[in-house]
Ligand binder design. Structure first.
Ligand SMILES: Nc1nc2c(ncn2[C@@H]2O[C@H](COP(=O)(O)OP(=O)(O)OP(=O)(O)O)[C@@H](O)[C@H]2O)c(=O)[nH]1
Ligand SMILES: [Mg+2]
Length: 229
């Protein structure tokens, strides 16, 4: 796990600022899955309680957000004498779940090319409803085809999000993660060949889960820049 001190030792270096190229992250998934909440939680350091209490309107079309820093101290303020930010260069594309068909058709050339990470976020509650599960599986299958065509080098990260809603303990969560992975990969790669290797994460920004979610994102995002070390 990446801790703040690991990060500050390894990553906060002035030369990085000069040597890094911008990275592109794409958030995509069904409506109300939690894409914008994850973005604001991690990249804008908005407290999760606030995001959960004041749900915001659905995202329209595509929103581009540029970031020069990551907040590495979010869960570690007490032990950090001075807050430090990690220099990065990121363009984040936050997409609309409601307009996902447009995104996969006429807007795909804007959204996907040169993405470094594609985050497919879905509400894990959907996994337990037959029709919703089918929708998630179909959607991911369609998205994967666009990734293979337009962003074949992207890392694909699947966030089975809002795990707080299902209240399972760690071994059972791991079991569900394995089941989701097996079924989703079988469906999505059918006839495609395993051209990318998606990674699966069980996430939530609620309560005790928030910290794990934060460090998962921190590890994934800082991982994009470690070649500079
Ligand atoms: N229980 C729970 N609710 C969450 C979590 N993350 C986000 N939410 C809630 O889910 C709802 C939808 O969140 P958004 O972030 O707006 O979802 P979105 O994927 O951006 O939706 P669109 O913009 O419509 O595509 C909001 O009410 C959030 O507060 C979570 O980890 N757990
Ligand atoms: Mg949104």
């Amino acid at each position: 796990m990446v801790t703040r001190s690991t990060v500050s030792r390894c990553i906060i270096m002035d030369f990085m600022r000069e040597n890094m190229r911008s990275r592109k992250l794409l958030f995509i998934g069904p409506p109300a899955a939690g894409k914008t909440s994850l973005r604001k939680f991690f990249f804008d350091a908005v407290p999760s309680e606030k995001l959960l209490a004041e749900s915001e309107p659905p995202t329209k079309a595509m929103k581009f957000h540029v970031h020069d820093y990551l907040y590495s101290y979010m869960f570690d303020n007490l032990s950090v004498p001075e807050k430090e930010d990690i220099p990065i260069k990121l363009a984040i594309v936050d997409t609309s779940g409601q307009e996902i068909n447009r995104l996969l058709e006429e807007q795909r050339e804007r959204a996907f090319p040169s993405a470094d990470i594609v985050f497919f976020v879905f509400d894990i509650g959907d996994w337990f409803k037959k029709e919703r599960r089918e929708y998630v599986l179909d959607l991911f299958t369609r998205i994967l085809r666009v990734i293979v065509e337009l962003a074949p080098d992207a890392q694909v990260c699947i966030f089975c999000h809002k795990i707080d809603k299902i209240g399972l303990n760690e071994p059972n969560l791991e079991k569900i993660r394995g089941e989701i992975k097996e079924i989703m990969l079988e469906r999505a790669f059918n006839g495609l060949g395993q051209v990318v290797v998606p990674r699966f994460f069980m996430t939530s920004i609620k309560g005790d889960h928030a910290k794990d979610c934060f460090f998962t994102l921190l590890e994934l995002v800082t991982g994009l820049f470690t070649h500079l070390l």
